[in-house]
Design a binder for this molecule. Structure first.
Ligand code: ADP
Length: 189
């Protein structure tokens, strides 16, 4: 199985590149942000539990996120592989993911980290908000999300670096150029 983690701050282009990657490699896309938004839209119990947390730009507690992720993996027993987008966002999530993969005799193949400057991120998300209308794309909530990224999520990088699984990719430039950089790494696994 090819199991990829696509990593990067809010607005790095994870969603855009994931769409292209799942098509090329026939992977199941697991975006925790998308799954949470679907729960909120459907007003499930989980959706009601997390909607305010997400609207404020905070991270959802690990226990809730990890349980949801395991459930999503279990829904796809015949997958050729997974692409994890927006997960893991904390070291505890990364450890839980490793443990879970091991329990199904699988492993994370590699971690692709999209590198984008903070100035570029803010510009991209301001643009995206005009279209998406996502409450958490508003300027003050975005600042909170970027803060969560630099406080909690960035520590996931050394975790995977220590395992020799981390590749950094320049996330600024043409979508297709970035995609080619990603596929060159994936094809070398
Ligand atoms: P973006 O990549 O644009 O920041 P996402 O769509 O990945 O946004 O996530 C939106 C929000 O959903 C996050 O700000 C957070 O509140 C919640 N969320 C998504 N994934 C996780 C996760 N792995 N752990 C905790 N919270 C998460």
């Amino acid at each position: 199985m090819l199991n990829l983690v696509l990593f990067g701050p809010p607005g790095a282009g994870k969603g855009t590149q994931s769409e292209k990657l799942i098509e090329k490699y026939q992977l199941v896309h697991i975006s925790t942000g998308d799954i949470f938004r679907a729960h909120i839209k459907d007003q499930t119990a989980l959706g009601q539990q997390v909607s305010q947390i997400i609207a404020d730009g905070n991270l959802v507690p690990d226990s809730i996120t990890i349980a949801m992720l395991e459930e999503e993996i279990n829904k796809n027993p015949h997958a050729k592989g997974f692409i994890f987008d927006g997960f893991p966002r904390t070291v505890a999530q990364a450890e839980a993911l490793d443990k879970f993969m091991e329990s199904i005799n699988e492993r994370i193949t590699g971690v692709l980290a999209l590198d984008v400057t903070e100035v570029e991120l803010k510009q991209r998300i301001a643009k995206r908000q005009e279209v998406s209308g996502r409450a958490d794309d508003a300027a003050d909530k975005l600042t909170k999300r970027i803060e969560e990224y630099f406080n909690k999520t960035i520590h996931v990088l050394p975790y995977y670096e220590a395992q020799g699984k981390l590749s950094k990719i320049n996330g600024i430039g043409e979508i297709d150029t970035i995609f080619q950089s990603l596929t060159a790494i994936i094809d070398s696994y």
